[in-house]
Design a protein around this ligand. Sequence first.
Ligand code: NAD
Length: 512
Amino acid sequence: MIEEKAVILTSDEQRGLGHLVNGSVVNFNEPTLDVFNPARGTVIKHLEVGGKSAVEAVISAAEKALPHWRKTPAVKRARVMFKFKELLEQNSGRICELIGQEHGKIVHDAKGELQRGIENVEFACAAPELLKGDYSKEIGPSIDCWSEFPPVGIVAGITPFNFPAMIPLWMYPLAIVCGNCFVLKPSEKDPTSTMFIAELLYEAGLPEGVLNIVNGNHETVQLLLEDKRIDAVSFVGSTRVARAVYTSAVNQGKRCQALGGAKNHAVVMPDSDVDSVVNQLIGAAFGSSGQRCMAISVAVLVGDDLAEKFIEKIRLVSNGLRVGAFNNADNDFGPVVTREHKKKIEALITSAEDDGAEIVVDGRLFRPSDDLKGGFFLGPTVIDKTEIWMESYKEEIFGPVLQIVRVETLPEAIGLINKNAYGNGCCLFTGDGNTARIFSDEVRAGMIGINVPLPVPAATQSFGGWKDSLFGDLHIYGPDGVRFYTRRKTITQRWSSKKLSEEKQFSMPSNN
Ligand code: NAD
């Protein structure tokens, strides 16, 4: 158990957490927002909302750093990342505590998040290999042709609350080793771990101005999008905002990848081991209070016999889960992020009930211990007999809620997933290889799990959904990340000891 200290705001904190400009924290005396500890429902910090001065400061810092950084050899850029990885590991206890205090996730879950982020830093350490380019020798007489991958320029990253360490680490380590300078706008709900981690990158030897952070809200994002000096935008958040950010960025000639929300289905076939599937789905549905874009929010049960066994087991297991504060590692999951979000989830559960679905386990009835009674808690919720026309099915709930849809056949299950507006991830539980093959071939989603409930791709692959879960052409991090943060430049060059022909040539040059 991590001991929780009483929160007394220092005068700096009263003024509001500032912005990271050239590696130092700077304030501009702008209005502030409250940052909460969601397990207690109390304000623990204020955060300055970056306006014109803050946005100008971070972009100017990046602009000044860019000419030198883009020319720094990739091997030297990667060396900073090697050191950064060490510092992240050495400071993991403090980082997980900061994540827990503002997000609410339990310390073991925060450790997993950080580890996934570190794996992206490890991938970025391979920059000299990743950027070495493609070469074609002798494509014509004494002519060679090759592609290089220079940086895009200044990249803005806008990140959601649910992974304050990992999602920024999906973006800036790779963008920076590719030679870009980066401006990050973290979530206003839990910015402190993000700031702390960025300061570690400076401790690792990053030159001034290569990474800058502007804190704030949607207005801060608008200022970033309107600035002509921003060349590319990586966004992760809800679909409504992803669509708007993507449209605004591309209309202003910027490269953009915008990852949105999700409704991830797990199809359970009658030949699967129900006890094992329930244990896996419980973690995938309720871990982090269901506030993961890869959380399983719908179980599609094939056949009524399976459904009866599944429901009996999930009721039993759900009722034994421990919900509480981040600092007790025995807890399974914590609160949801804000009071408003809790109300929204409760309203969606009520709408499912009003629409005729059956509440098997009701998280609205959960009561935390007395010391946490101001917290934004909900218990696990399981809703059976969900129909696809219900509002609760169409909406992304983003809470500890698992909806059950019953079907008779695999094609029916696949059809259901393919009709859904989202296409982030989905998974199948089966004991049959052919069923697995049909499922992964036919289903329209970006990330598929076969007997794996949370198929989050490794850092060596790339992450992203289809349909309303991603706007743009390239997925985030991994090989697609390298392509997103670089531009291909192709050079065709002739050096010959023979004199160049003096004949004019009007036909298309070729090897004919
Ligand atoms: P959000 O969309 O409310 O906020 C994300 C970021 O956008 C924040 O930095 C916020 O300040 C900014 N923002 C909010 N409104 C804006 C506006 N109108 N204009 C410009 N910027 C705006 O998302 P959230 O609540 O922080 O995060 C949860 C959502 O993120 C869920 O929908 C979840 O599925 C999604 N998510 C998706 C992925 C993915 O990889 N697809 C990963 C994590 C989270």
